[in-house]
Design a binder for this molecule. Structure first.
Ligand code: BGC
Length: 928
């Protein structure tokens, strides 16, 4: 038996984080036992546990998903903790010793904010010698530098984080990081802190023009304290003050959108004393942002010479991050890099980045070097380099930067295209989880759009442990709401934006609820409840007595394809925006009621339930006929009706939904609102075939359309790139926008069939209901949930039988629903899967299960010349065969079979007959 994944506030051994409520979580693996009988958590000031500050005692109540412990924590102190678990098999195991260390908490800073001449564009380097004359026990650096900072000790980088102190509303709070610098300062040395512009000082957000400076401020600022604790028990603090010196680097330009310029030929400038400056405008808080690091290193796959004669590196993957480039050029040479997502006509292209220059300029002092930017990042796959002769493919390496979001979910299927789609969804998340959940990482936007974050949040929870990441985002959100009367600005941090919209603002209710559902840790609800409630109250105020919320300026089903005026650059969908607004107003009210109930606020729960009921009654009166026909007749409207239980007679809504699909050849028309619901709702109403059809459709619009055009991330628009490879528009067209990656939720939830259960959140209980389809062949899903590791796999075998295997982790139970299972299967008393079955549902505890059976619905379809042509066209092999026959068969005829076609239009002779028979053999042999 092992105890693994011990975390404090969902972080492993966090150093210097703001903790608030301390929550411990852990998992048990490799045990003989199936359930924890009791457990004990101890927290001490020393690794030997002689100075215990918290002891839960053995408790049967202790919850591995999150044990909230009240500890009187003091600043700058390391706490050690262990958990001991006992199981029903009489096992007992104690975890390894874990720790967390507090930072400054509310201890006043003795250091002062310092600054320098803000007119000088060359980026400042603040310096101070740190003498260490005695044996050092430990040293810590507490620091915040604005806009961005990078610290070194004796020319060696402090830590490995990038873009510190990260991105938040600097008017509301400032994050300070803590670094363990014991080794680096063992003999003392020189601490240097270089400041760049970043979000704080550089142009950023909608209000910024290319020639403008920062939205927040104009002056760089630094505060730092070095705490030296000596072996003899004494200690010393060295803080920033006017005795620090300021030198100048050769970086003379940097910001988030435009990139960086480093002119190494600039003459050295003499150091001058730093000056004291006024307090920064917001409280300094211990960090909440999980670290952004270089998490993947990708060598360039190719160095191209384009038709325009330019040298362009292809990384083979669209990503967000920086780079390393080896250069050795004569003094004075200008090396210029530009970053783009797609080639056009084989040439470098970047017009879809709008005003973002996304470049790196370096003027050489003649010394060979490896270039690497400090204070910017790019969203890119292609890099144009000029100013270097003899570039070699191996000279360039891409460095993917993203926040700490440990991967917890993997899916592998029998389809290369779907596997690529899964990779694209993951890269979409990595590219947009750079401290803030952004819409896109490349153009002059890169902001925390709430709607995008909301629709992706379930998928994010399947793919990654993103609790700490979203906790920080929700912290930003509640601060913005506090300053906007409960309103959730469209982007968080708001950077001057104060508009809001339904679906987008509802992120403040939906994201924390999803996190609770996936992790079972209600701390996030406790922390965010007031903000959730204030959003619903804000809408109620706007709504007034005449439903003004419906008429508010909403984004609606953003980028849907069903607007009557369907131009390539169209952003609006056809679904009535007032209808969508009402649906989400009610959903947020319902979530607030549920959250209130969870927190024991029963009166509030009753109040918001009543509000939700009233909104539902009003929206039904306005948007439904007396016979419950939804008068908003779009795919998205019917999806909303079904997903949010707006109707009593579901069959009618299902039929209406089917019709809106059939009318357009079973293609999707949905945008940001409908798409995340689409396949889930279809599957939840028995329409898996249709859902699979949408997933596997290779034509525009659909996910595989982009895969077939070589996409390596999720695009903003269904047709971001046209079939000939040309970009469809430039105004708003990113190739790394994760919103439509929300299909990932359905792949886990319905295709692999691993589902959370609201009454036992955090996967303490799960539903496992896989849904196989012959076109996918097989799937293997592994999900390291908050409660432990689930697995769900299915495979359609050659003899048309189905093999299913599952794993339920320690301490968990699952209800298993086997697809197309014959009644006789449940009588098999030798298989532990069927030990406890009722009405086709098998209740199982921890363990591995496997079953193979003949499904009641044949999963393999044997293709033949008698099959409808439409079916043949869905199969890549059959499609190729038909295409090889000659002129393409018009779509109006696709409901006929080849035999019918032949009978109607050609001569009936033996030769033709023989040819069809031969074709039957080939079609039968195709692996479908
Ligand atoms: C962003 C979107 C966002 C939208 C809201 C766009 O500019 O890139 O992803 O949700 O605006 O309308």
């Amino acid at each position: 038996m092992k105890i693994i994944d011990c975390k404090t506030n969902h972080l492993t051994n966090p150093l210097g984080f703001h903790l608030g409520q301390t929550v411990f979580s852990y998992k048990v693996a490799d045990s003989r036992g199936k359930f924890q009988t009791d457990a004990r958590i101890m927290v001490a000031l020393d690794e030997k546990f002689s100075r215990v500050v918290y002891d839960s005692g053995y408790s049967t109540e202790l919850d591995s998903l999150g044990h909230a412990a009240k500890i009187n924590m003091v600043p700058r102190t390391r706490y050690f903790w262990t958990v001991t678990v006992r199981t029903d098999a009489d096992e007992q195991e104690t975890s390894a010793v874990n720790w967390f260390e507090t930072a400054k908490m509310d201890e006043p800073w003795t250091a002062s904010w310092i600054t320098c001449d803000a007119q000088e564009p060359r980026h400042p380097i603040f310096k101070r010698d740190i003498p260490v004359g005695k044996e050092l026990d430990q040293a810590r650096l507490y620091i915040c530098g604005l806009g961005l900072y990078e610290a070194t000790i004796n020319d060696e980088r402090v830590g490995d984080e990038h873009l510190t102190p990260y991105c938040n509303d600097y008017n509301s709070w400032l994050q300070a990081q803590t670094f363990d610098v014991t080794d680096q300062l063992a003999k003392g040395g020189r601490l240097e802190v270089m400041l760049g512009n970043g979000w704080y000082l550089g142009r950023f957000g909608f209000t910024s023009r290319p020639d403008q400076a920062g939205y927040y401020a104009k002056t760089p600022k630094l505060i730092a304290e070095i705490h030296l604790d000596y072996a003899d028990g004494t200690s010393e603090v060295i803080g920033t003050d006017e005795r620090w010196q300021v030198g100048r680097s050769t970086i003379c330009f940097s910001n988030i959108y435009d990139g960086e310029k480093d002119d190494t030929t600039l003459p050295a400038m003499a150091d001058v004393p730093a000056s004291l400056c006024s307090e920064a405008m917001a409280p300094l808080t211990d960090r909440l942002s999980p670290p952004v690091r270089i998490r993947e290193v990708l060598p360039a796959v190719e160095l191209l010479t384009t038709p325009a004669g330019e040298k362009v590196y292809d990384i083979g993957q669209n990503l967000a991050g920086i780079f390393r480039l080896k250069v050795d050029v004569p003094s004075g040479s200008k090396v210029h890099l530009q970053f783009g997502e797609v080639l056009q006509g084989g040439n470098f292209y970047r017009d879809n980045l709008r005003s973002a220059k996304a470049e790196y300029i370096w003027i050489s002092d003649g010394r060979p070097t490896v270039l690497e930017p400090h204070f910017t990042f790019y969203g890119y796959r292609y890099v144009k380099v000029s100013g270097v002769d003899n570039l070699k493919p191996e000279d360039f390496t891409a460095l993917a930067l993203y926040s700490e979001i440990p991967p917890i979910g993997t899916l592998t299927t029998g389809s290369d295209q779907i596997n690529q789609l899964i990779a694209n969804i993951k890269w979409g998340q990595k590219g947009n989880f750079l401290d803030v959940p952004t819409d896109c990482p490349q153009r002059d936007e890169r902001m925390g759009w709430t709607g995008d974050a909301q629709v992706f949040s379930a998928t994010a929870n399947y793919l990654t442990d993103c609790y700490a990441f979203y906790r920080k985002y929700l912290w930003d959100m509640q601060l913005e709401q506090a300053g906007h009367g409960g309103c959730v600005p469209d982007v968080v941090p708001a950077v001057g934006v104060d508009s809001c919209s339904s679906v987008w603002g509802d992120a403040t209710c939906i994201i924390p609820w999803n996190m609770y559902l996936f992790t079972g840790d209600k701390t996030i609800i406790e922390e965010h409840f007031d903000a959730m409630q204030s959003w619903v109250d804000y809408i109620t105020r706007i709504d007034g007595d005449d439903h003004a919320w419906r008429r508010h300026d909403h984004y609606g089903d953003w980028l849907a394809l069903d607007h009557p005026d369907n131009r390539d650059d169209q952003t609006q969908g056809a679904t009535d925006k007032g209808f969508i607004a009402d649906v989400y107003y009610r959903e947020s009210a319902r979530i607030v009621a549920q959250a209130a109930r969870l927190l024991g606020k029963s009166e509030t729960a009753i109040q918001y339930d009543a509000l939700a009921d009233r909104i539902l009654a009003d929206l039904k009166a306005e948007f439904f006929s007396p016979t419950e026909r939804c008068c908003v007749d779009t795919q998205t409207a019917h999806l909303l009706s079904l997903r949010y239980d707006l109707v009593n007679h579901r069959e009618k809504a299902v039929k209406a939904l089917q019709k809106t699909l059939q009318d357009v050849g079973n293609k999707l028309k949905t945008g940001f609102v409908g798409t995340p619901l689409l396949c889930n709702v279809l599957s939840d109403h028995g329409l898996d075939d249709l859902a699979y059809g949408l997933l596997l459709n290779e034509e525009y619009p659909g996910w595989l359309y982009s895969i077939n055009l070589g996409a390596t991330t999720i695009w903003e628009r269904w047709n971001s790139v046209m079939p000939d490879g040309s970009i469809s528009s430039t105004g708003m067209n990113s190739l790394n926008h994760y919103a439509y990656g929300s299909i990932g939720e359905w792949l886990f939830r319905r295709v692999a069939g691993i589902r959370p259960v609201e009454s036992a959140p955090g996967f303490r209980q799960a539903v496992i209901a896989p849904m196989p389809d012959r076109r996918l062949g097989h799937i293997e899903a592994v999900y390291h949930s908050a409660a432990g590791t689930y697995q769900s796999s299915w495979r359609v075998l050659d003899d048309d039988s189905l093999e299913i295997s599952l794993r339920v982790p320690f301490g968990c139970t699952a209800e298993v629903q086997l697809p197309y299972a014959p009644d006789s299967l449940f009588e098999n008393s030798n298989n532990p899967l069927f030990a406890d079955c009722a009405n086709g549902i098998c209740s199982v505890g921890p363990g591995d299960y496997r079953v193979r059976y003949e499904p009641t619905k044949p999963l393999r379809v044997i293709l033949s010349t008698h099959s409808p042509i439409r079916l043949l066209m869905q199969h890549p092999g059959a499609r190729k065969l038909l295409e090889g026959l000659g002129p393409s068969i018009p779509q109006q005829m696709w409901d006929m079979s080849l035999r019918e076609l032949q009978a109607k239009y050609s001569q009936q002779d033996d030769e033709q007959q023989g040819r069809l028979d031969q074709m039957d053999q080939v079609l039968k042999a195709l692996d479908n």
